[in-house]
Write a protein that binds this ligand. Structure first.
Ligand code: SF4
Length: 214
């Protein structure tokens, strides 16, 4: 079976299980997704959602973040960890969005990567979820699962992204990545994946190897 065929089957199976899955970060405004994603580095989405529930009320717009007292902002986001660098990013991002992009979230990878603390993963998330553009968000679940399936031999996010771009239909790549996150939480866990319950096992490289199917 070719990688392209495996990718098509994976899309098909995940669509059956998770047709309506969405990003688990809660946000109203485009920049809030970016800020929440920045806070989610090394933290769970669930915890970020608890923090942002009050954070986005206390700081209702970009100006509020741009003018925030940094020590106070650090306290506000402390439960998310790495609060010194994350607070600095949020404040700087707000200033950059106001000064360089007229208060709007930019739409291209090149522009998004100029923002403080934003890497390809968050940039792809924004491009896919906010602007509906083809995007591959290579988070830890996506990397693990696509590796197990045999869609990539890489572990480095940028390389996995390159591999998956060649295999996934552009119109569904962003959705596929959200599906892998949920699938990674429910079935294909990092430790003890539930292979015997998995509907992807018949084309999974990891399963074949561990069960000597081929
Ligand atoms: Fe993951 Fe196992 Fe399913 Fe393969 S068979 S996708 S390793 S849960």
């Amino acid at each position: 079976m070719t990688r392209k065929q495996i990718a098509a089957l994976a899309c098909e199976e995940l669509e059956k299980i998770y047709p309506d899955v969405e990003c688990s970060l809660v946000y109203d405004k485009p920049y809030e997704l970016m800020f929440a994603a920045r806070l989610a580095a090394q933290c769970t989405d669930a915890r970020v959602n608890i923090v942002t529930k009050t954070l986005f009320v206390k700081y209702p717009d970009l100006e509020a973040f741009a003018n925030a007292d940094i020590a106070e902002l650090e306290e506000d986001i402390k439960p998310c960890g790495f609060y010194h660098t994350k607070a600095k990013s949020l404040k700087e991002m707000a200033q950059q969005l106001i000064n360089d992009f007229g208060g709007e979230v930019p739409q291209t990878m090149e522009e998004l990567l100029t923002l403080s603390g934003i890497g390809r993963k968050t940039a792809n998330l924004v491009m896919g979820d906010i602007f509906g553009k083809p995007a591959v968000v290579t988070d830890t679940h996506c990397i693990r699962i696509t590796g197990r399936l045999g869609l990539t031999d890489n572990k480095e996010p940028a390389k996995v992204e390159k591999d998956l771009i060649k295999l996934l239909p552009p119109e569904t790549s962003n959705h596929f990545c959200h599906q892998t996150v949920q699938f990674g939480r429910d079935i294909c866990r990092a430790r003890n994946p539930k292979c015997t319950e998995c509907s992807l096992s018949y084309f999974c490289r990891y399963y074949a190897k561990n069960n000597k199917v081929r």
